[in-house]
Write a protein that binds this ligand. Structure first.
Ligand SMILES: Cc1cc2nc3c(=O)[nH]c(=O)nc-3n(C[C@H](O)[C@H](O)[C@H](O)COP(=O)(O)OP(=O)(O)OC[C@H]3O[C@@H](n4cnc5c(N)ncnc54)[C@H](O)[C@@H]3O)c2cc1C
Length: 405
């Protein structure tokens, strides 16, 4: 049996951010992930500046060997209408590749890594937890994404939860013929019924095309129609790869779920925190991972109900919909939404102020900022853990996805 202060299940952005901050506070942290890194993740790979800020990402160092595509504007349309371009004076987002980004953050965290190891069992033993019968921890963070086993222990899946289902492909553009997408101006294509949107997003030499919807039915049909539409518009070549990857995840409704119990917290998709209008989940994952770490540090390692309650309230106030939004979502008839959407999405001010600044860039949600605690002094039983070295994971480089049909 190996012991640690905190066991984090899942090494995606939520888990690695949590591990990074806990290590800075001197905790001995184990990250358990069923995948081997670098691993890919179904995602467009768009991050907003608050992510860069919260992670104190050194952009120059990161970009030296990885894709970090600055974004200065968007083209927005409601299919099949004409697009409205909106550009900004500064960089408003970045494009990353998840196989690079997640691997970088996990390595940087300084945690002990147990990769290629799924969580199979988790049980309490007094005030501690025992995972897989061999890892003993004082606290557990469930950061295993949508299918996180810790989250399922705390919140058994319920029908009716707001889930977004999405499919995407990402592939290298070897020749630019047929791909007329500007790298710093991604294209967003809303479905006519506003129940989802598609995107064409170029990141350096990589193109990511995808579509996500709130209704999981007939997603493949919607994707096919979207690709046909892009072809007729000359946005993608008919040779677009056909092997799309799919995934689903919960949108934020934190009041409806328990984000923790005594001794355990959930972060990221495991807590169901993605922003509802855009589906952006990396920022909530990173921020909740950092917040979970701060909560554990502040509780002197003994995560009691009071601290868990504070964590839950912070998540709800930051990511939960306002009361009026919940009422509007319940009473809004699809036909009315659809009728209003057409004229609104044809208005440049609405596209810029509401769609982009409010829904996609979340300019109204302040950044959480950098680390509040970097002290090695902490409540940890392992004392010298701040100097513990991370278990190296072999670097095999990112898998290049097949571009064949
Ligand atoms: C098509 C698509 C496009 C998206 N595009 C964007 C975008 O452009 N920008 C954005 O901000 N968000 C986007 N999202 C959402 C975003 O991908 C997620 O919100 C984000 O990855 C959540 O991070 P996480 O760390 O919570 O979970 P994940 O990134 O899913 O990481 C969870 C980790 O847990 C591990 N794990 C799972 N089960 C176990 C287990 N039993 N034992 C051990 N480990 C386990 C997994 O291997 C994984 O490494 C998109 C989602 C989809 C589906």
């Amino acid at each position: 049996v190996q012991t640690c202060d905190v066991l984090i299940v899942g090494g995606g952005p939520a888990g690695s951010s949590c591990a990074w901050r806990l290590r800075r506070a001197g905790a001995d942290v184990v990250v358990l992930d069923r995948a081997r890194f670098p691993r890919d993740k179904v995602c467009a790979g768009w991050i907003t500046p608050p992510v860069v800020e919260a992670l104190e990402l050194d952009r120059e160092e990161y970009a030296a060997r990885r894709v970090l595509q600055p974004i200065r504007g968007f083209e927005v349309s409601r299919m099949p209408g004409a697009p409205i371009a909106s550009t900004f004076d500064e960089v408003v987002s970045y494009g990353i590749r998840r196989c690079e980004f997640d691997d970088y953050l996990l390595r940087r965290s300084g945690a002990r890594l147990l990769v290629g190891s799924p969580l199979a069992t988790l049980r309490r033993d007094g005030s501690e937890w025992i995972a897989n019968g061999e890892i003993r921890a004082r606290a557990v963070v469930g950061a295993g994404g949508h299918f996180c086993p810790v989250a399922r222990l705390l919140n058994p899946p319920r029908s009716g939860d707001p889930v977004v289902a999405a499919q995407e492909i990402e592939f290298r553009i070897d020749h630019e013929d047929g791909y007329a997408i500007a790298p710093d101006v991604p294209e967003l294509y809303f479905c006519r019924d506003l129940r989802g949107y598609g995107w064409c997003f170029r990141k350096g030499a990589w193109l990511n095309v995808g579509l996500g919807r709130l209704d999981t039915h007939r997603l493949a049909d919607h994707v096919r129609a979207f690709v046909a539409f892009l072809e007729t518009r000359g946005r993608v070549a008919p040779s677009l790869p056909r092997r799309w990857a799919g995934h689903a995840y919960l949108l934020a409704e934190p009041r409806a779920r328990r984000p923790g119990v005594r001794g355990a917290l959930l972060a990221g998709d495991a807590a169901g925190l993605a922003f509802p209008q855009s589906g952006e989940g990396i920022r909530p994952a990173v921020e909740s991972g950092l917040l979970a770490a701060d909560t554990i540090v502040a509780s002197d390692g003994a995560l009691d109900e009071t601290r868990v309650g504070e964590y839950a309230r912070t998540l709800a106030s930051r990511y939960g919909a306002a009361a009026w939004e919940r009422v509007a979502a319940r009473v809004a008839q699809p036909a009315i939404v659809s009728a209003l959407a057409g004229p609104l999405l044809a208005m440049p001010w609405f596209v810029r102020r509401v769609v982009l600044e409010r829904w996609f860039l979340r300019a109204n949600v302040p950044a959480t900022g950098g680390a509040p605690c970097s002290s090695a002094a902490g409540p940890w039983r392992t004392g010298s853990s701040a100097t513990a070295t991370a278990t190296p994971i072999p670097s095999t480089g990112c898998a290049t996805r097949s571009a064949s049909r």
